[in-house]
Unconditional design. Sequence first.
Lengths: 301, 459, 316
Amino acid sequence: MNTTNETSSLKKRFRRNRWKYIFSDVLLWFILLLFFIPALWIILTSIRIRSEINAFPPVWIPTGFSFDSFKILFGMPTPEGAFGLGGEIPVISYARNSVIVALVSTTFALIFGTLAGYVFSRFRFKGKNGLYLGLMLARAIPGIALSLPLFIVFARIRLSDTILGLVVTYSALNIPFTAWLMDGFFRAIPKELDEAARIDGCSLWGAFIHVSLPLALPGVAAAGIFAFLTSWNEFALAGIITRTPASRTFPPALFEFTGQFVSDWRGMTAMSVLMLIPAVIFVALVQRQLLEGLTSGATKG
Amino acid sequence: MSTKKSISRRDFLKLTGMAVLGSAAACTPAATEAPPAPAEPTTAPAVPEPTQAPAVIGKPFDGKTVRMHAITGGNYDELYKLIPKWEEQTGAKVEFVFKGNGFETDKRLVQDFAAGTVDYDVAWDHSSFFSQYVKADGLEPLDNYFSPEDLSDFIPRLVDAARRDDKLWVIPRHFDISCTHYRTDLGLSKAPETWDEFKAAALDITKNNPGIFGTQFAGKEEALSGRFYEVQTAEGGQLFDDKWEPTFNSPAGVKAATMFAELYAAGAMPPDMTNFLWEDVANQFVNGVIGVYTEWFGWYSYFQDPAASKVAGKFDIARQPMGDGGVHSGWAGHHGFSITKAAKEKEAAADLIKFLTSVEGNEMEAKLGILVSRQSVWDKLIKEAETSTDPLAKKRLELALLQAQEDFKTPPLIAEWLPMSNILYPVLQEIILGDVEPQKGLDDAATQVREMMSKAGYY
Amino acid sequence: MTVQAQRQDIVSKKGFSLQLPERHLPITLLLPSIIFIALVVGLPMLYSLYLSFTDYTLTSGSNFHFVGLENYKHLLFDDPMFWKVFGRTILFITLAVNLEFLLGLGIAQLMARAIRGQSLARTLMMMPMMFAPILVGLQFKWFFNAQVGLVNNILYTITGTAHLIPWLIEKNLGFISILVAEIWMSTPFMVIILEAGILSLPQEPFEAADIDGASGWQKFQLLTLPMLMPFVYTAMAIRSLDIARAYDVVSIMTGGGPANRTELIWTYVNRLAFTGQQFAMGSAMSYITVIFSFIFTYMLFQNVLKSRWAGEMGEL
């Protein structure tokens, strides 16, 4: 929602350059459509009739819909029984694991990352630059290089194939980005506001909670979105650390659908749609916060 | 200033509390997987086991748990339905520690053997892969658990392909081998008998049938290395000589590679075949755009299914072509079971393996069209097929058995096969795509392979 | 003294120290983060570094030896493939990040100016980010399939003749294909950050410029772009770090092939270390990559800091 200032200036500009605005709107939606088509295709494939999926020449307009793929995923009876890859997919386990891992690691990343960002933005201390750079460099390491050594280390300390192991891993993965983003946001908040609060009697902690943090909330929202999506969709490390449905999350489970001989498109896209839904919900929820924060911050009263 | 939302101390504590609870939930051990669903009561009479299971009053393995690291997907799971019966007989329990597709399973095993994190007794194994596990000292030799009588019913070539260093490492469960599949409606009168005929046939079909490709091959990874291996073997070549020097750049190897390159250059193969793996080639055939090619027997029912396949009833099968070496191609592999060295219940594990690869187990898999490992089961199947409505049913079985007995060849049973394939296939792709001349490409590959073998201590 | 001056006074005298011992606070707050990272990244990397000085293979067991810089020497001097792959990876990253930036900026501008449906546009835009990279890889692999792929099919519909263009095979087409997939997947990231930046820009300079009669392009060049720079650098830096996500996509779409045509550093490491079982060599290669990443990140961060200072100096 725009404030009165922005709305009125927008309206002014609108009246002046009507066609330009319509054109740019059309262009925008066209581009959005381009970006959305692959997503649409995936969703469509999951509800198609089996024979039309890999058909050649491709079937543009589906002749009918079938929710069999979802039924099979959940173990409900269907005419053909299971996927080419067999039934009994522990979808509930995968869902549970994915949700717990993503939410908990995002929370950790947000808490510790925000604190770290605050520290970097407000304090000066020895080794600060070194630590800052170190944190960022930790993120620069490709997952492939990490996977086997991590597996060996985790195996030794018995974190292999556990939800905790994944949570710890993803928290570590997401903290640097969160810290960096929050550092930026905190820097944009004038220090005087902090000091004003403290002079008014707040403790350092209170100033943080009541003044700095609320102003930086859009940053928290943005960092939260990225952290959640990263954890939700991460594949390489999850594939190594998890082995059984006790801790397996959706992405490696998705890959299991690409069997050695047969890829089951229906199963894969059905599971992908399942994966999409929480991601979309989470993003939609947090996005509103992001938007409110942004526009209220824009006026900078 | 407009009012800003602020997080009160209470909200912050709530958030932290949630995080703590969440991590506490994460710490509690997740519920162990439910045991595999019990099979429906079978109506088939129990088959007398050819093992030495003692007729004792108490159950032999009462209270023990055998942990299994298994392959899954497609037809592999059918056999596992027999497990509850074994559990009933022996009083033991079977726990699946891991289930995945072939490459995933192999990757896990390699990692586990490397990291020392093996916590299972029975592991899936395969003729192409077991040498690595032996080298990593992860497997238990099976000679003490399986007597010659136990092994007598298995097809000999299969068992031989599970031996190295004079020990037995894998008990074969089923195998797969490729034969020539060719369309009967595209002008090809009979199956090509040599690779030269094969090449000519492919070129002809392409010329006379626009929109159709004469042939195809799976064009990447071990698949491509394997196909090259079998063609050059047919032409009289060898991958290594007896001193382990690479010799695939011999004239036979060059001839094989040239055939691939020329077929591609003439447009007789789909242009993106270098991205094809097993599923892709099968789909191409099923979509009706391929004339003749070599394919695993395991796809047969898919090909003949009119609902899914456009070529149902329109193709025939034949033995793979032979080459200048007077030998038929016959790249094959078998899936089986092994016992890990770190296993805690070796006796029980051996018994489970015996059960799964018994006549009963074989017959169960054979029903799905899988090529099983026991001779006696084959004899029975072929007899039954005489009365089948499918004209190809009997021919198919006899052909598979013949190939298993005479043409079955595995790549060298060394741990370095896969790393070698890793060096070979990109070079083969370059040759196919025309980036490099066959002789030069193979020479380069041979140099690299030699270096690798040298590092591995072969010279 | 005015209240303002009073406050300045206190600040200059006391700095930030009030109740808590200032010295220990930063480290305490940073400690959890440090612990996480040390465990998940530090330990394994040290182990990996150790391995890179040996001849460890996945089947070595405990039977491997120290070989010093042998692996590094081999990669840097004896392996022409390494440099080819390295160069290709640099090219890939550069093109991807820059194209994503340009595209992202354009789309962000359009989105910021949209009359209505902004939040719907934003959600739609974020869809590619929500897909797991392996799914993106599988989907695009199918799209670019020479026979049944969507792309060739569209071409067929438009031009009337079947062009079986092997998108994933041809020398340059393969590169373009994976680039397209990567850009599709990651441009939304740029759009989000840049749009946030655009929306947070103060209005006054623009209105002043309007009054002065500045054109749209001038406003963009002299106002929008400079003020966005901190966001831009931040986004680019993060993207460059995150680019390894492309590994999932590329390994599914082409596996680095055929004939190493689309081989990037990460697929090469994976093939060498896992399929080729030469784990020590793979570790060495990872480390070389890491060193270059470090240098690059360091340089980029210098830029971020520099532009930040500029932004803070020109207190808007």
